[in-house]
Design a protein around this ligand. Structure first.
Ligand code: ZN
Ligand code: ZN
Length: 233
């Protein structure tokens, strides 16, 4: 474009984007939309971070992927993004670069942000720290057992455990974890776990496999045992 100049500042230095020089164009239009600061929950116990609602192990890869998703690009043709991270003392400094074309002219634009950790604890860490459990009941199902049936058995087991809470305050389900083969139900009291396992053995005509392992020492220096009951349906 011979004789072209930027109506914004009078510069004759191209290339021009929508008739403006790069500076004036970028001043007028935000091509990369990215908050100046992004707060990220960080678990102080296991070091995981929460990105888009999920707790993940920290790595450059997950942070870069997150930032590429977070940056909203507009008006750039064939946009390619790259992210660089620089860890600082109490935050991480990040630059998102977008390269592409505007009016067939190549352009590279960058946006900066700060990733600010918010110290907290993730859900599993909170559970482990606040909930004491003496036993795990592993409910294992055959592959042909549908989800509805599995959940029915789980609800029955949980109901029976909670039902004994009047006599034994530790008779509670601390956590029920689902896996491919069934559920791992963490129970506060081993006595309650034992009692409900016996009822299940009678009701379903199965035999539970019992095992235990040492789970460290308590504040009195007493060795603690953690029991596991595996019921195969
Ligand atoms: Zn200009
Ligand atoms: Zn954690």
């Amino acid at each position: 474009m011979k004789g072209a100049f930027c109506p914004g500042c009078g510069s004759t230095k191209g290339p021009f984007y929508r008739g403006l020089c790069k500076d004036c164009f970028l001043h007028k239009k935000k091509v990369i939309l990215l908050p100046e600061e992004i707060k990220i929950d960080h678990c102080k116990f296991c070091n995981k971070i929460r990105l888009s609602g999920k707790w993940l192990g920290q790595s450059e890869l997950v942070l870069k992927r997150f930032l590429k998703k977070k940056a909203k690009i507009s008006g750039l043709v064939d946009a390619k993004l790259s992210v660089s991270l620089e860890p600082m003392k109490d935050h991480t400094f990040a630059i998102v670069k977008a390269s592409g074309q505007i009016d067939s002219n190549k352009i590279t634009i960058e946006a900066k942000t700060i990733l600010k950790p918010i110290e907290t604890q993730c859900d599993p860490c909170m559970r482990v720290r606040s909930d004491y459990s003496e036993a795990t009941i592993q409910m294992r199902f055959s592959e042909s057992t549908g989800l509805a049936e599995r959940e029915k058995a789980l609800a029955l087991l949980m109901g029976q455990i909670e039902g004994m809470q009047g006599r034994d305050p530790l008779s509670k389900v601390v956590h029920a974890l689902e896996n491919k083969k069934g559920f791992d139900v963490l129970v506060g009291s081993n006595k309650a776990a034992q009692s409900v396992v016996r009822k299940f053995e009678a009701k379903f005509g199965v035999k539970a496999i019992k095992s235990f392992k040492l789970a460290g020492t308590d504040h009195n220096g007493q060795r603690q045992r953690k029991f596991t009951y595996c019921i195969r349906f």
